[in-house]
Design a binder for this molecule. Sequence first.
Ligand SMILES: CC(=O)N[C@H]1[C@@H](OP(=O)(O)OP(=O)(O)OC[C@H]2O[C@@H](n3ccc(=O)[nH]c3=O)[C@H](O)[C@@H]2O)O[C@H](CO)[C@@H](O)[C@@H]1O
Ligand SMILES: C=C(OP(=O)(O)O)C(=O)O
Length: 427
Amino acid sequence: MDRIRIRGGRQLNGQIRISGAKNAALPLMATCLLTDEDVRLDNVPDLADITTMTNLLTHLGIEVTTRQSLKERSVILSAKSLSDTTAPYDLVRKMRASVLVLGPLVARHRQAKVSLPGGCAIGTRPVDLHIKGLQQLGAEIELDSGYILAKAPNGLRGAEVTFPKVSVGATENLLMAATLAEGETHLINAAREPEITDLAQCLNAMGARIEGLGTDHLKVTGVERLQGCTHRVVADRIEAGTYAMAAAITGGEVELVGLHHELIGAAAAVLTQAGVSLSETAQGVLVKRTNGALTGVDVMTEPFPGFPTDLQAQMMALMTTADGASMITETIFENRFMHVPELARMGASINVHGASAMVRGVKKLTGAPVMATDLRASVSLVLAGLAAEGDTFLNRIYHLDRGYEKLTAKLSNCGAEIERLSDGAAE
Ligand SMILES: CC(=O)N[C@H]1[C@@H](OP(=O)(O)OP(=O)(O)OC[C@H]2O[C@@H](n3ccc(=O)[nH]c3=O)[C@H](O)[C@@H]2O)O[C@H](CO)[C@@H](O)[C@@H]1O
Ligand SMILES: C=C(OP(=O)(O)O)C(=O)O
């Protein structure tokens, strides 16, 4: 199994091009199930999760063509006919976002059989809100042998769906399904993440009628059919936030290219408080420490526009060497502190009490062999390794391949000493 070796202590200086967002590209790929015309997506990141979604769509009978130019990758998806409406366990278990085919399949093809995704390292992650919402749109749903069996023989019909809890995935599934439902659908207490706005913009370009973009009340007037379109995937604000924190933890200066300042949102406000300056440039955002030192700040994860849970682990890594203490509270997932014991092995001082972690800044971290069980926890250990004295060896790096395109190249182009070691390479 591959590992990453990081020799810490190098400042990051230079430019990093921000890729298209994984969490936008995945639901966008599922939109092809809503039309028999081609959906072309530009700025699609080259990631393991995109390959998993490609494999799932191919399994369903979609023709997927990938075009790679010097700068970026495009994917053309054609769902002229489907050979299957089943998303099997073996594909769904690899990636929870596979459940996003449920809404589009039942809306256009009037039936779907999708494996229940099950829990994962960060929490139990049920899909009850997806199921209840689709039932409110008229789908008949049963659970059988680990599968969601959904049908809507006469098509879906619009309804008012109030989510009891904000869910990104449930909002996306319902939004896609509602585009082809008869009549009006109101999604109330909908998630407002920029990736949802990106999805709604793509659906509108396909002929959907969605209003209220960027708000927690999406109104969808169903249409009979959707057409193809070309859409550019929004930049990855989580990747950008991660590299902003990498620049800050090493005391360097990095320009994040291809990113609008507003997209970083609450993370930018927290970073500013911690002593990191983010200024707009012609090409993106320049990140550096404001006055040399980092200051401990309290952070609580929340649905957008709050501080994203997908940056919590990286923020914690940043706080390990800040002056003073920082209280980090995770409110979205019940088990998203797996990075804590590994950061502690590198010399961090962190105490967890329930959903909060108290981080007391230390003078330095030291390199160590570490591993993590999810994507963001893994990358937080990369950040710690960049700042640590000595060598860090990161194991189980397949998690990183799910969400960080060209991670080692992007960091080493900015002066990091980081390399991927193939199985058997000497330490
Ligand atoms: C592919 C993708 O975009 N993944 C993101 C998406 O995941 P995902 O869409 O799975 O996350 P949700 O927003 O749905 O989950 C938020 C919370 O709601 C709970 N919940 C969710 C659905 C449901 O039916 N019932 C229920 O109880 C979850 O367990 C969790 O505690 O949003 C998360 C929260 O910003 C991010 O961390 C993930 O990176
Ligand atoms: C939790 C994440 O992804 P997923 O929802 O695909 O597990 C993530 O991107 O941090």
